[in-house]
Design a protein around this ligand. Structure first.
Ligand SMILES: [Zn+2]
Length: 295
């Protein structure tokens, strides 16, 4: 029965028995040595079926830490960071890992072009910046003697690589902003970092992946006959639901993570929201110039 692999097995381990650690010879009760952390190896644990089971568990996110962590991030923003900061860590994925998983999925399916800003949106959809960008691109294409298509391919590849790196800078920027906005709460740098990682994990998975996919499905359902990808992917169309979602997270996080009262949580979330939007704008402009300079 392959499905039995996915079920949690009842814990039959005897926690009262006194054991001696194979590694440091310390005697203790329980599954892990309380001096060096070595795990007790049970008789059945070296069988092939256990090996297979562990392998499957490592590869399936089903019923695992990922789903549990993501559920908390979506339903109770700020609670995962609060739990981790207070020392409840075993049931959840590390926030750094969650952030990198989100990062990975986002760049695997770049449904929504916001972080990995395409050459098209850089040169057409960003107002004053686009005018300058168009001029610079024309100059570069001529200088390098490339066709527009060749240049665009090079640009896109480099921009994708750089944007993954620059996303980390966005997390740090939000951490510092959180430190200033919530200065009165006397948290450590690490605490502000946790909530910032949680925010960007949420933003990538929900606002940049799930919402656009839902929106595309809705549009597809609505006009089954004729619809245009580039129009749907243009990042202005769905800015309202995404803004609402960002604000939802920020207000909830102020309440749950920073324990702010309502009358502080809302204005603080609005300030954070404004700074977040400005940071994204700046990020996209910086991404454009660094990409042009490094290809
Ligand atoms: Zn030990």
């Amino acid at each position: 029965m392959p499905f039995s692999f996915f079920k949690r097995k009842p814990d039959t381990f005897d926690y009262e028995a006194v054991r001696s650690c194979c590694n440091c010879h310390h005697t203790f009760k329980g599954r892990y040595c309380n001096r060096c952390g070595e795990k007790i190896l049970e008789p059945g644990e070296r069988t092939f079926i256990t090996f297979l089971n562990n392998l499957l568990n490592a590869f399936t996110f089903l019923d695992g830490k990922f789903v549990r962590s993501l559920k908390l991030v979506v339903l109770q923003p700020g609670q995962l960071s609060r739990n981790i900061a207070e020392g409840i860590r075993v049931p959840y994925m590390k926030l750094v890992s969650l952030f990198f998983v989100a990062n990975f999925f986002y760049f695997l399916f770049p449904t929504f072009d916001s972080f990995n800003s395409s050459l098209y949106s850089q040169t057409n959809l960003m107002g004053q910046h686009s005018v300058k960008a168009r001029g610079l691109v024309a100059k570069e294409v001529e200088r390098r003697q490339l066709s527009m298509k060749e240049f665009e391919e090079k640009y896109q590849a480099q921009s994708t690589n750089l944007s993954k790196l620059l996303l980390i800078i966005l997390v740090v920027a939000l951490t510092l902003t959180n430190m200033v906005i919530n200065y009165s709460k006397k948290n450590y740098f690490f605490d502000h970092l946790l909530i910032s990682l949680e925010f960007y994990s949420y933003h990538l998975l929900i606002n940049m992946l799930l919402l656009p996919v839902l929106a595309i499905l809705l549009v597809k359902l609505a006009n089954q006959v004729h619809w245009n990808w580039s129009e749907i992917l243009e990042d202005r169309i769905f800015s309202w639901p995404i803004s609402a979602s960002v604000l939802y997270f920020l207000v909830k996080a102020q309440r749950r993570f920073y324990h702010q009262k309502w009358y502080w949580a809302i204005p603080k979330a609005i300030v954070l929201f404004y700074l977040f939007m400005e940071t994204i704008k700046l990020y996209r402009i910086v991404l454009f110039y660094i990409t042009i300079w490094t290809i």
